[in-house]
Design a protein around this ligand. Structure first.
Ligand code: SAM
Length: 314
């Protein structure tokens, strides 16, 4: 069988394309998959198909990683996970009430006039029928009151299980603290939820010896980030060519710590090519897989520009 060559990005789905990688050849795999948050490139996934895809890709790592190799996954919990089964989230936002009619007043009017509907109660109290509805039922914290309720869904536990089941063990975890995403957090105005501003890094190890060489970073680098659990790195500002790029610095830090010069770094969700460029910039090789042709073209363009030393990362 002819295996995939390094320093190339291949078109395909990683669930199957990864099977063409030479077994035991990958020192580090670093990737950020779809997060199941409604991006275009994941629009065909259901929750179950998304989980099956992650499971299969993780399983493939048991074969392609070298003994002692690492798999590092960057992902975030789903903050607005739709769930038909949970009770309607009720949030009586008294700090935003413009009308003086309180819930107690509506309840009292309803008790005194049990046959009244909300239009009649509104007329009686001199307010709108929406006010009656909001006072009695609260606001759906995601906005439209007829939308499906949402809750937080943790994803790390599933990844840990898929990895554990094929003999890859959680070695460490870190937090990537990025900029607060106020624009995507409209729902926080009707809740006590925190804004989205961090993602997770899960580091799995395939049993086998790995080399510890503390000379890879300076003492100051180990102190400032190499040995630290929280990494403060700004998000990528310019997302007009790809919806969800991770920062070059994130890929570079992972590559510097968890691989050595000459190693092959895999990214089975290559997107715009960040991992490939960080690998080349640090004298590693790469193999990339990506299901969208347009992103392979973008990654190739970025790699060509990097080869010509055009500054790309602002
Ligand atoms: C979060 S983005 C990765 C972005 C990348 N880290 C960067 O900096 O540009 C996920 C990428 O995985 C691709 N993708 C999604 N499902 C895939 C699959 N099953 N196999 C291969 N690529 C996939 C998407 O098209 C998207 O470009």
């Amino acid at each position: 069988m002819k295996y995939l060559e390094s320093n190339k990005i291949y078109l395909g789905r990683s669930e199957s394309k990864m099977l063409e990688i030479k077994p035991g050849s990958i020192a580090l795999s670093f990737w950020s998959p779809p997060y199941f948050v409604g991006k275009n490139y994941e629009k065909d996934e259901t929750y179950d198909s998304w989980q099956m895809m992650l499971k299969k890709v993780i399983e493939n790592h048991a074969t392609v990683l070298k003994p002692g190799g690492f798999l590092v996954i960057n992902i975030a919990d789903i903050l607005c996970f739709k769930d038909e089964n949970i009770p309607k989230v009720q949030a009586l936002n008294i700090s935003q009430q413009r009308c003086a009619v309180t819930r107690e007043m509506v309840i009292e009017a309803k008790e005194q006039n049990p046959s009244f509907n909300r239009y009649q109660l509104a007329k009686l109290l001199g307010c709108s029928e929406q006010t009656i509805d909001r006072r009695l039922n609260g606001n759906n914290i995601r906005g439209g009151k007829y939308q499906t309720q949402t809750r937080v869904k943790l994803v790390g536990g599933n990844l840990e299980k898929y990895a554990y089941d094929v003999g890859l063990y959680l070695y460490d975890r870190r937090i990537w603290a990025k900029d607060p995403s106020w624009a995507n957090s409209r729902w926080t105005s009707n809740s006590y939820k925190a804004v989205s501003e961090f993602e997770d890094l899960y580091i799995f190890w395939k049993p086998g010896e790995y080399v510890v060489d503390k000379r890879k970073l300076s003492k100051a680098e180990w102190r400032e980030w190499g040995a630290r659990g929280i990494w403060y790195i700004k998000s990528v500002r310019k997302n007009d060519d790809h919806e969800a790029k991770f920062p070059f610095e994130l890929a570079e830090r992972i590559i510097k710590i968890f691989s050595a010069k000459g190693d092959i770094v895999l990214d089975p969700f290559m997107g715009s090519g960040t991992t490939a460029i960080a690998a080349i910039a640090n004298e590693r090789k790469y193999i990339g897989i990506e299901k969208e042709k347009k992103y392979i073209e973008l990654a190739q363009k970025q790699l060509n520009a990097y080869a010509k030393q055009i500054p790309l990362f602002g």
